[in-house]
Ligand binder design. Structure first.
Ligand SMILES: [Ca+2]
Length: 482
């Protein structure tokens, strides 16, 4: 196949995208336009905490490959998941919409259970499957002529809503489940919350084979097959979500390295982070060896904060200096590592402090690709493109505030909403209606509640938060009978 120009097959597919696609030349906005349209590799980690990586201040964990990647990227200090749990953030990435607007504010398994009526509040019944009338980022990419592949965790619906039905040509391992039974081959069994689980399409492994390695093997194979034509690949690792299982030799290494006073204390979790790092390195090495690095945009992100509550009596991670973790709307629950490498555009080692959110990836990728997407989907999106920040990390986005809505319980929280505007953050807890106000510039760890000192600011942010909830038709908890 002729590598110097776009293949006839791709061009025909591009034409099939319709007149709207033709109206917008590819890579119109790109700083360095490659010979072919951009490829996208979106690496999504599960439950990775803001400070779990070396380049974000980890102490026990070692992540040399990701740290090196960060030095080639624009790295974000204030990147957020739209939700403190899995499914909603993933829905926001696929649609550019806020989980509150989609009525997908809780992880999928929880949508299938009857509401617990023995708590102070009854939580709303959420949508279980990402609706097909959403024009997903994968559909936008496929319509523009790209091959599309999803590998790993999906968690956005039952079989009738698997990746194949949402714009992906290829699905390897994506199911309705949020976690595997085990990280070791054959990845199946019924220990994980008593339900028989498996990861499909991963047959013919060997004893001792590790899921993070295997999903990467699959991703490398897919890139090998897709390399001659533009593609969109999302590699959604199951790691570092529970079950907390690492390779024995790595666990032993981190057990020996562990010292008193470290924020990170779990050697098995450190081994999981280590395996993640090695596999991100393998993906990047493959992009280099295939000769597509100069036309491949790479994202690395996580869907929610690190687990700060114990799992089965086991300490998992510490998001220090951030407060709390997964499930919570304190920073530890929603602030995430994010790095983006857009060849010829992002500057090596740049750090951007402008807040961005998972609702922004979709419009950002449309802008990078120079493709129009779907007008109706674009009009109903909550996210905005942050491509301008990739060109200039000192730029600002034209956005008033960021919002979160988690009307559910978790070991770290009761039902809550939050708003961040500039350096100010306000949380509203529904059980008793109390507000908390923090200034993140002075108080990143959210320990000094300023509601009493600054009631005017709290009232203004509260009104803005209420107004937003009403605009997106957010579902609210209702009084229970504890
Ligand atoms: Ca997660």
């Amino acid at each position: 196949m002729n590598k110097s120009s776009w293949s006839r097959r791709s061009f025909c597919r591009y034409l099939a995208g319709g007149a709207a696609a033709l109206a917008a030349p590819m890579n119109l906005h790109a700083g360095a336009s490659p010979a072919k349209p951009w490829n996208f590799v979106f690496i999504l980690v599960d439950d990775l905490g803001w400070s779990d990586l070396g380049c974000y201040g980890a102490d026990l964990h070692e992540t040399p490959y990701i740290d090196r990647f960060a030095s080639q990227c624009t790295r974000f200090s204030d990147a957020y998941a739209a939700s403190p749990v899995c499914t909603p953030t993933r829905a926001s990435i696929m649609t550019g919409k806020h989980p509150a607007r989609l009525h997908m504010t809780v992880w999928r398994e929880d949508t299938l259970r009857p509401p617990n009526r023995n708590r102070k509040l009854i939580t709303p019944q959420c949508v279980s499957d990402l609706p097909h009338d959403e024009f997903t980022i994968a559909e936008a990419m496929r319509t523009s002529g790209r091959q599309t592949a999803h590998i790993g965790k999906w968690h956005l619906g039952g079989a009738s809503h698997y990746p194949e039905t949402q714009g992906f040509d290829v699905n390897i391992g994506g199911t309705h489940w949020g976690a595997p039974n085990s990280f070791f081959y054959p990845y199946r069994g019924d220990e994980y919350y008593g339900e028989y689980r498996y990861v499909p399409h991963l047959e013919f492994g060997e004893p001792g084979e590790y899921l993070t390695d295997r999903l990467t093997d699959e991703a490398l194979n897919v890139m090998e097959k897709m390399k001659d034509d533009p593609f969109y690949l999302q590699l959604a690792f199951h790691t570092v979500h529970s079950p907390i299982e690492g390779k024995p030799e790595l666990v032993e290494y981190y057990q020996k390295k562990r010292k008193a006073g470290m924020h990170h204390k779990n050697a098995t979790y450190a081994a999981m982070v280590h395996s993640l790092d090695e596999n991100v390195g393998r993906v990047l090495q493959k992009i280099d060896s295939l000769g597509i690095a100069d036309r491949t945009v790479v994202f690395l992100f996580s869907d929610n904060g690190g687990v700060a509550n114990e799992i089965r009596g086991q300490f998992v991670t510490d998001n220090h200096p951030l407060r709390s973790g997964k499930g919570s709307l304190y920073e530890g629950g929603v602030r995430e590592p994010l790095m983006v490498r857009w060849p010829g555009v992002t500057r090596a080692g740049a750090v951007c402090r402008e807040p961005v959110c998972s609702i922004d990836f979709y419009p950002t990728m449309l802008e990078i690709a120079g493709i129009p997407g779907d007008a109706d989907q674009n009009r109903r999106m909550d996210g905005i493109s942050f491509a301008s920040l990739l060109k200039d990390p000192g730029a600002r986005l034209d956005r008033e505030a960021l919002y979160w809505h988690y009307p559910h319980y978790y070991p770290t929280t009761t039902p809550v909403s939050a708003i961040r505007k500039g350096d100010w953050k306000l949380l509203e807890y529904y059980e008793d209606g109390h507000l908390e106000l923090y200034n993140l510039k002075d108080d990143l760890s959210e320990v000094n509640d300023l509601v009493q000192k600054n009631p005017g600011k709290a009232a203004a942010l509260h009104a803005q938060l209420q107004n937003w909830r009403s605009q997106v038709n957010a579902q609210l908890p209702t009084p229970g009978s504890p």
